[in-house]
Design a protein around this ligand. Structure first.
Ligand SMILES: [Zn+2]
Ligand SMILES: [Zn+2]
Length: 133
């Protein structure tokens, strides 16, 4: 099987709404359709697609890099380190910040899936109420 067709199958699979899949999860998802594929082919293909800006690759604190299609538009996330809740940020909310950085440092940002770690509202409220006891 030609590499380019593996790339296409992976892109299609990610575009069907599968968000934040690890390389291994992508492999599980496509291996029935592509019998000749192996985990390292999938990994190399994902790296290539990410490098070419076709998909995003991020560390979301799960222990493995995760991949996601960006064909439905760019978005970003806040990830709670405590309960692992994921909040999605629209690109509009981040773009202003990116463009001020780009101007100030004359640095072209290619990050297409920004992940910020922190503690969500629920977890902060829990902490406060347990501190009051
Ligand atoms: Zn995402
Ligand atoms: Zn939380």
């Amino acid at each position: 099987m030609r590499t380019s067709s593996v790339d296409l199958i992976i892109l299609e699979a990610l575009e069907k709404g599968h968000a934040h899949l690890s390389s291994h999860e992508v492999y599980e998802l496509i291996r029935d359709r592509v019998p000749a594929v192996n985990p390292s082919t999938v990994y190399r293909s994902l790296e290539r697609l990410a490098h070419n800006g076709k998909i995003s690759v991020s560390d979301m604190g799960t222990g493995a890099e995760v991949y996601e299609s960006i064909s439905n538009g760019i978005h970003h996330h806040l990830v709670c380190q405590n309960c692992h809740r994921v909040i999605t940020l629209e690109d509009d909310e981040v773009r202003t910040f990116f463009s001020s950085i780009q101007q100030k440092y004359s640095f072209q940002i290619v990050t297409n899936h920004l992940v910020l770690f922190g503690i969500c509202e629920n977890c902060r409220n829990k902490d406060e109420s347990s501190a009051e006891e």
